[in-house]
Design a protein around this ligand. Structure first.
Ligand SMILES: O=P(O)(O)OC[C@H]1O[C@H](O)[C@H](O)[C@@H](O)[C@@H]1O
Length: 534
């Protein structure tokens, strides 16, 4: 089956997308609408037959069964023996969900209610710091305990009417130093967000924040809250259980923004808007579970990804939101997609027969246009581009900005597809008065090969509800790609080795260990640091 997809994908590389669009009702057929969203994948080289083959691939991978197993709490994360139920965190339907016979929903909803009371108390000033109402919230976390709330807080800035929220993730002291500088410890709430409550970066930053607060506050722990699955460790840190919001091991870190890890977002935008975010995600869940595969947005987004990556051999994918407030979405999706599907063995431990998930990268438009789009248009490698844009912004007075933004977004996908031929480039140079060899040479630099694929996701406006739909769309896309690749999208063993070696290097850097087991290159780098750090 893979050989068929690979052959189809490679054969299609020379197929003319412009011609494909002219024939039949490709525009009407190569898109999916759901709720507020329109996903257009007509500017690709995928034919109707190819799409059928991809759908067959999905069916052969038992996609529907595996999807149902996830939603029904089966332990599909086999290498960690865990269920995968981030969808329960946004299940506002009243449906119960069982893990090993026990309904998890009462616990989920109870925690949601506790979060809402706490968020409201901060927002209305009934919970105060030792110097008065909370003005600033500092969320300390990394990876999944950071990227989701960071991304969503920026995305939903128009809805933020609570205290300011700041995010500290990096163990680099510069991050916490620059964040705390200028904050008043007596009116700051620190949230320590860590599923495991052992992550070295987070615990180091949390201790530093506690010392900072202790300089001016008699009871620093009273201005700390914790989000974690490890209640015992939060207690050891000194955080009162009334400000600990727990979750279960069936919430993966990179899928955790919907639950307690989203507390900073909830404090910023308020519980009602947070519920809108959840309901957007939940609607996408219902769509994913109910829509036929060919009209299923996550499925078609995933199959387009498989087509471009494994089928056509394009090793990267660019995510290009024409939405400045989605500036952290590419980083969020890097964790979601690459930590989930960057794996070279299948569920049973055998080597994958095809490449694992692609390298994901991107920046908001229009900024990227003035930076890396050169390569996207004229480089020798093809980069499938995933554009996204809102029909309207949040600034009615600046509607002309938004119109320019949308025009640029649509123009880029048009330019990628259309390109500019040598004849067209020659005509341009002739019009400038060039002739002979000079005309030819200058024209060649101005050729755009075109026929480069892209997809576009359009939504009316970036509301909490729409953001919920988009994030859940991408989560399920990752799931579908993982199922088709036959891998476990829910573990992350690939991050462990570096952590272990960092732990063993710390005493070497400190000079307490000679580092005899380290390679010559690493020893030389250590020696450099030791010589220059004084
Ligand atoms: O939430 P924590 O337990 O602190 O984990 C934070 C992050 O670190 C780990 O190394 C994983 O790579 C991430 O998936 C996780 O989100």
């Amino acid at each position: 089956m893979w050989s068929d997809i690979e052959k189809r994908g490679r054969d299609a590389l020379t197929r003319d997308m412009t011609e494909m669009l002219e024939s039949g009702d490709r525009v009407g057929s190569f898109n999916v609408t759901f709720g507020d969203l329109l996903f257009d994948y007509s500017k690709t080289q995928m034919s109707t037959d190819d799409r059928e083959a991809l759908l067959t691939l999905a069916r052969q991978a038992k996609l529907a069964e595996k999807r149902d197993a996830m939603f029904n709490g089966h332990r599909i994360n086999e290498t960690e023996g865990r269920a995968v139920l981030h969808t329960a965190l946004r299940n506002l339907s009243g449906r119960s969900i069982h893990v090993d016979g026990a309904d998890v929903m009462p616990g989920v909803l109870d925690t949601l209610t506790r979060m809402e009371h706490f968020a409201e108390a901060i927002r209305d000033g009934s919970f105060t710091g030792q110097g008065g109402a909370i003005t600033d919230v500092v969320n300390i976390g990394i990876g999944g305990s950071d990227l989701g709330p960071v991304m969503a807080y920026a995305a939903l800035a128009p809805y933020a009417d609570g205290p300011r929220v700041h995010y500290v993730s990096n163990v680099d002291g510069a991050h916490i130093h620059d964040t705390l500088k200028g904050l008043d410890p007596t009116t700051t709430l620190v949230i320590v967000a860590s599923k495991t409550f052992t992550t070295i970066e987070t615990m180091t930053n949390a201790e530093t924040a506690k010392r900072w607060m202790a300089e001016q506050v008699t009871d620093p722990a009273a201005q700390f809250a914790a989000l974690s699955t490890a209640a015992d460790r939060t207690a050891d840190f000194g955080i009162d259980p009334s400000r600990v919001f727990g979750f279960e091991d069936w919430v993966g870190g990179r899928y955790s923004v919907w639950g307690p890890i989203g507390l900073s977002l909830m404090i910023a935008i308020g519980p009602n808007d947070f519920r809108d975010f959840l309901s957007g995600g939940h609607e996408m869940d219902m769509h994913f579970c109910g829509a036929p595969l060919a009209q299923n947005m996550p499925v078609m987004l995933a199959l387009t990804g498989i087509w471009h990556n494994q089928g056509q051999g394009h090793a990267t994918r660019a995510v290009l939101p024409y939405d400045q407030r989605l500036l952290r979405l590419p980083a969020y999706l890097q964790q979601l997609e690459m930590e989930s599907n960057g794996k070279r063995v299948s569920m049973d431990g055998a080597d994958l027969k095809v490449d694992s998930g692609p390298v994901v990268w991107g920046e908001p438009g229009t900024n990227g246009q003035h930076a890396f789009y050169q390569l996207i248009h004229q480089g020798s490698r093809v980069v499938p581009c995933e554009f996204m844009v809102a029909a309207r912004g949040h600034e009615p007075d600046l509607a002309h900005h938004h119109q320019l933004l949308v025009a640029n977004c649509l123009a880029q996908s048009e330019a990628l597809m259309r390109g500019r031929s040598l004849d067209e480039a020659r005509a341009l140079m002739a019009a400038k008065g060039l002739t002979g060899d000079e005309l030819d040479r200058q024209a060649r630099h101005r050729v755009f090969p075109g026929n480069r694929p892209s997809t576009t996701l359009i939504y009316p406006q970036l509301t909490p509800h729409v953001l919920g739909q988009i994030v859940a769309l991408y989560e399920h896309r990752v799931f579908v790609e993982g199922v088709i690749l036959g891998i476990n999208s829910f573990d992350q063993w690939g991050v462990e080795l570096g952590k272990e070696l960092a732990n063993s290097l710390a005493p070497v850097l400190a000079g307490d260990d000679a580092g005899a087991d380290k390679d010559p290159s690493t020893r030389a780098l250590v020696a450099y640091v030791q010589a220059h750090r004084a």
